[in-house]
Design a binder for this molecule. Structure first.
Ligand SMILES: C[S@@+](CC[C@H](N)C(=O)[O-])C[C@H]1O[C@@H](n2cnc3c(N)ncnc32)[C@H](O)[C@@H]1O
Length: 189
């Protein structure tokens, strides 16, 4: 059966799904409505662990309800806190981390991820990544403030040392130049 790559989120799931499996330890840096958290919770299995962060109580609640409905809440530790603090909360090494930037769909569109805190979180996460581990970032340049965040991230990722990280940018070339895209950063073995 063919699987369509219709969205950047799907691309991020395909990349991460190829990397992690039962027993993995992962972070969802922006839980939002919980779709990525659910994907991660399913992938890590009963002995795996997912850490999730969001600054909005509504997002934490939505994610908790989604996980409860699927019986997967016990695999996930949720923090109502900015991902810039993840290095204080997660003390074990991780196999993967997903960022899905921008605003909460269905929520307050003025509450958005910011370049400085996103990069602080990514920097902390890269230190926690195990050799061969993967970070994915779905980037949204289209909303107000999104282009600045996209530019800051592109620059940050472009300057990561090439012997330590493989970095790719996946864009939909037949869509608007401001359409969402994926950055993927794999730590060297
Ligand atoms: C596009 S949504 C995430 C979608 C989510 N992954 C899903 O599957 O539904 C972006 C989320 O980032 C959150 N956010 C903004 N700044 C943040 C920060 N500093 N730390 C953690 N989350 C943040 C927003 O509250 C919002 O819920």
């Amino acid at each position: 059966m063919f699987e369509m790559i219709a969205s950047p989120v799907k691309v991020a799931h395909l990349l991460m799904g190829n990397k992690i499996g039962p027993g993995a330890t992962v972070i969802d840096a922006t839980v939002g409505n919980g779709y990525d958290t659910l994907f991660l919770a399913e992938a890590v299995g009963v002995v795996g662990r997912v850490y999730g962060f969001d600054i909005q109580a509504e997002a934490i609640e939505n994610t908790k309800l989604r996980l409860l409905k699927e019986g997967l809440l016990e695999r996930v530790l949720l923090f109502h806190e900015g991902h810039e603090n993840l290095a204080h909360r997660v003390t074990e090494n991780i196999d993967g981390i997903m960022f899905n930037l921008g605003y909460l769909p269905g929520g307050d569109h003025r509450v958005i991820t910011k370049p400085s805190t996103t990069i602080m979180a990514l920097e902390g996460a890269l230190k926690l990544l195990k050799p061969g581990g993967l970070a994915t970032v779905v980037v949204y340049p289209g909303h107000e403030g999104g282009a600045d965040e996209a530019q800051a991230l592109d620059e940050y990722v472009a300057h990561l040392p090439k012997n330590a990280y493989s970095c790719v940018k996946i864009t939909f070339v037949n869509r608007s130049r401001r359409s969402p895209y994926v950055l993927a950063i794999e730590k060297a073995q």
